[in-house]
Design a protein around this ligand. Structure first.
Ligand code: SF4
Length: 397
């Protein structure tokens, strides 16, 4: 579904990391094609709805498995991720705390040069200590977001402190991100402590950045913040930066095409991988932009849209009973038509409770990684042994 771009999204807290770094981005984004809702965004909306429902109504996320929320089927994977957030948030809430769920905060109290408001997932205020905890749940697995200096959380913290007013003074702020499905060097729960005076100082930078975006000649500045920029496909600054990276990597013009990986030195491989992120972002943006053009009927020379590979599913012309009867008539046993399926570990935990699960069920549960993935050397996870080493280790000496 396409959503027309509107003025109010120009300064959302969730995109503050981008417009604070690239003042020209709101102007260019206003010229970008309408936003389309991605399946990932829908999943994120559903996961947030489950989190909110569990926090406001009680119960664990596994209870929602198999139900449709916001048009999305809640899976074990989603429930497990949401449960991580629940297990983190619930112990933080004490008696007498003020808790805001899915609460909309704004910065009107700071007289911003344009509207700035957003919805915080969870905000907890502890009246006895003046501690304000701002929590953002991120369901995405693509990009792990850091809590340190996170503008989105800082905007929510400012909004919450303003909303609480002088009667409930904020004496310390903790900004927390819970992102269970993405790898980050600091783990899936990351937090930053901020002194209120630091937050006030930072708000001056925020308002300055907002003012810069309102200048009709505000410059474009490409960088890591370009990822997910809706204007990436038409951005001249990102295009020149990506081309500069490509030229730097393959500047030997006697080479008609990129060199085979096995001919590169380890240093060259490291350098290419470091720059690849920028190129991949740009290529993804160009592909998305081209797809949008073709969908709108605009030509892209040499390219067209084709139907994706079709998969078979039961149609609407026959009822389930009719299909089952036909299969049984053809000799298929009913057990093969409806194969029994053991419940998942997450569902078992809900049924028997956490203590019994830990004692009797958890020993039968394993966590399996689907394989190894590339990570920069500073990543905190331990390196997986090279395959040659494990192969040799498996050979009896
Ligand atoms: S792609 Fe990057 S440089 Fe271009 S408008 Fe977006 S954030 Fe700015």
């Amino acid at each position: 579904m396409a959503t027309p771009r509107t003025e109010h999204v120009r300064h959302s807290p969730s995109s503050a990391y981008r417009w604070m770094a690239c003042p020209g981005s709101p102007r260019l984004i206003a010229q970008a094609p309408p936003e389309t809702t991605s399946v990932y965004a829908q999943e994120g909306t559903a996961a947030h709805a489950v989190l909110n429902a569990c926090l406001s109504q009680g119960g664990d996320a596994a209870r929602w498995v198999g139900r449709t929320v916001e048009g999305v089927l809640v899976t074990d994977d989603m429930a497990e991720a949401v449960q991580t957030a629940l297990d983190t948030v619930r112990p933080l809430i004490g008696e007498g705390d003020r808790v805001f769920l899915e609460h909309r905060f704004d910065l009107r109290g700071l007289n911003p040069p344009a509207p700035l408001a957003g919805t915080a997932d969870v905000v907890i205020y502890k009246p006895d200590t003046g501690r304000l905890i701002v929590i953002d749940y991120k369901h995405g697995e693509g990009v792990a977001v850091s809590a340190a200096g996170n503008p989105q959380l800082r905007v929510y913290a400012l909004g919450a402190a303003l909303a609480l007013g002088d009667a409930c003074p904020t004496r310390e702020v903790e900004a927390m991100i819970i992102q269970p499905r993405a790898d980050h060097v600091d783990g899936v729960i990351r937090a930053e402590g901020i002194e209120p005076f630091e937050l006030i100082e930072w708000s001056a930078d925020l308002l300055d950045a907002m003012r810069r975006t309102l200048d009709p000649r505000a410059p474009l500045a490409a960088g890591d913040h370009c990822r997910f920029c809706p204007a990436a496909g038409l951005c001249p600054a990102l295009a020149s930066r990506a081309l500069a990276v490509a030229e730097a990597d393959f500047q030997d013009d006697t080479i008609p095409q990129p060199p085979a990986p096995e001919t590169l030195t380890p240093d060259q491989i490291g350098g290419v991988l470091t720059q690849a992120d920028m190129l991949e972002k740009w290529l993804a943006a160009v592909r998305a932009h081209a797809t949008g053009m073709l969908e709108r009927g605009e030509p892209v020379p040499g390219w067209k849209l084709v139907a994706k590979r079709a998969t078979r599913k039961w149609g609407a012309t026959h009822t389930e009973d009719q299909i089952v009867n036909a299969l049984v008539t053809l000799g298929v046993p009913t057990g093969d038509i409806y194969p029994p399926r053991i419940i998942t570990p997450a569902q078992a935990e809900t049924l028997v409770g956490k203590p019994a699960y830990r004692t009797h069920i958890a020993p039968a549960v394993v966590r399996e990684s689907s394989g190894a993935t590339l990570a920069p050397a500073h990543d905190k996870r331990p390196a997986v042994a090279a395959r040659a080493e494990t192969d040799f280790a498996a050979i009896p000496q």
